[in-house]
Design a protein around this ligand. Sequence first.
Ligand code: GMT
Length: 372
Amino acid sequence: MKIGITCYPTYGGSGVIATELGKELALRGHEVHFISYALPFRLNQYIENIFFHEVETSTYPLFEFSLYSLALTSKMVEVAKYENLDLLHVHYAIPHATSAYLAMEILKEERDLKIVTTLHGTDITLVGLEPSFLPLVKFSIEKSHGVTAVSRFLKEKTLTNYSIEKEIEVIPNFVDTNLFSPGESTEFCRRIAPNGEKILVHTSNFRPVKRVQDTIKIFEKVNKEIPSKLLLVGDGPDRSECERLCRELGLCDSVKFLGKQDALVEILNASDIFLIPSQSESFGLAALEAMSCGLPVISSSVGGLPELVKHNECGFIAEIGDIDRMAKYALDLLTNEKKYEIFSSNARKRAVENFDKSKVVPQYENFYQEIL
Ligand code: GMT
């Protein structure tokens, strides 16, 4: 197949899934054309069958606001027409599904371009619900030939919040379990935890929805009981506030803000427990990557997280904001070696058996076939 993929190319779960999907489809012999405003950040090596088309937005005195969605539409039309695309797969509904719909309409006299939209999270649960987007999101979803959601939770939310009656296929997030696999990270450990302290880790884009402050408060309680360190990976709007909280709690020596990092596997392999106390999480790709490295996960019981983290098997889930309980769960695992080993191997097993790329990518391929 000849497939166009549009996604947000910067840090973020939807961009990661879109990019890894494109790479895997190319390795399986399909021709993949990425269409976005920048090269997706995980597209950092040459792969045959992958092409990148940059969307350029021009500035003009009359255009006070960028007209990216329209420039994207024109690029989609151009690529679909001259590269003979069979379908466009857009990730994150706003504005990608709308741009794709317009491209399809422009081309309809000359080609039957199919559109697949994958809903990822806040496009449905947060931003999409704003009055300035809601009718457009509903319309664009209804006009897509195929729609997928990354969890059963997100599918239900879409159907109820937007009064949509369309079929939505649930295709979960996936991970390369060969790449994200348990391993030694001795040198990194020695530097971060020279006295053998336990290491808790959190990766996110530091938006309010991630409740990174809760992560720090959970760690404070753990740290009072056992020697430990907290690694915070990523960056975003809440980072300064989190750094302030660490100063206020006197945790600056124990909490390391690593910022955006590429060496995620090494960091996860140096760590013992992954914390994700989010306010809303449609799937939780970061937690899956940690599980794939054998890390038990402690999460809130929101969104798609309970579909990923089996409570009391490969981690624990608790009510949003229940810092005491999450800290208790972390201490339970960190002070009980046997229990920790069982949870760690359950986490790895769950990732390999249910969410490896070899299990999930064919689901997208089959879905494309159905749509075509
Ligand atoms: O929806 C967002 O906040 C952004 C989106 C992204 O692009 O990073 O994240 C969502 O998509 C991921 C990949 O499908 C999911 O694993 C995340 O759970 C989801 N984030 C939220 O729902 C907050």
